[in-house]
Ligand binder design. Structure first.
Ligand SMILES: C[S@@+](CC[C@H](N)C(=O)[O-])C[C@H]1O[C@@H](n2cnc3c(N)ncnc32)[C@H](O)[C@@H]1O
Length: 220
């Protein structure tokens, strides 16, 4: 795996190695289930996909659109998008850093539109890019280093998304925190995206999970 060079004494690279191992272990323990990718249940996994895919316009759905899924896990979002948009989804390019997850995805999302690759970054430019849960586990990295990593990735997502991208992060509006997880201030990230990525940004923090979603439109 070639991890992003983080310029932060390798803390992020080390964390990503731990992240890949953790999800591989989860998959061995829980199999093809939302728990393997860190979610409480399938309902919350699907709710996240609902929020992320609000980005897709009716025009794109009618014309056909391609998707990047950064941190695709076992490919659950492919099945969701296929169910929701059918033939409107013309290409789904998933990347993950866990070989086991990708192996599972090859079976779960077995479709000619699907391409899967082991990579910590996107390899192709798609119409839309989605990121669900991928930035949540920071292992032992410091918050500042992790925020630097996430913001680098947001600029990368901007470059790799013709029409826009959306991502979720755990919220700082919580009353309990786990040490190995990253909790992000939605106002800081809204401001970052508005100033550095696009004028067209929506923050969703009105759904019953301890996290938020940002929709960033890069066209028009
Ligand atoms: C919380 S799971 C979510 C999986 C999927 N998005 C879903 O919601 O079903 C996060 C996934 O992202 C992967 N991951 C973490 N950092 C990554 C990176 N920089 N590039 C690619 N995959 C990454 C992990 O291996 C894991 O499979």
């Amino acid at each position: 795996m070639s991890a992003p060079t983080d310029g932060r004494d390798g803390a992020v690279e080390r964390a990503l190695e731990g992240v890949a191992e953790m999800y591989t272990g989860n998959l061995q323990e829980h199999g093809l289930a939302s728990k393997s990718v860190g979610w409480k249940d399938e309902g919350s996994q699907l709710l996240r996909f609902d929020k992320l895919s609000e980005l897709v316009t009716p025009q794109s759905a009618a014309d056909g659109f391609t998707v990047n899924d950064l941190g695709c896990g076992y490919g659950a979002m492919f099945r969701y998008l296929d169910g929701r948009f059918g033939a409107g989804l013309t290409g789904y390019w998933g990347c993950d850093i866990s070989d086991e997850m990708l192996r599972a995805a090859r079976g779960f999302a077995d479709d000619p539109r699907v391409e899967l690759v082991n990579s910590p970054r996107l390899l192709k430019r798609a119409d839309y890019s989605f990121v669900s849960g991928t930035f949540n586990v920071k292992m032992g990295a410091e918050d500042d280093a992790w925020r630097g990593y996430v913001t680098d990735m947001l600029l990368h997502l901007r470059d790799m998304s013709a029409k826009g991208f959306s991502f979720n992060l755990l919220s700082t509006y919580v009353d309990w925190k786990a040490e190995n997880l990253y909790y992000a201030d939605p106002l800081w990230f809204f401001d970052f995206c508005k100033r550095n990525v696009s004028r067209h940004v929506s923050l969703l923090h009105d759904y019953p999970l301890y996290e938020w979603t940002l929709l960033v439109r890069t066209e028009g």
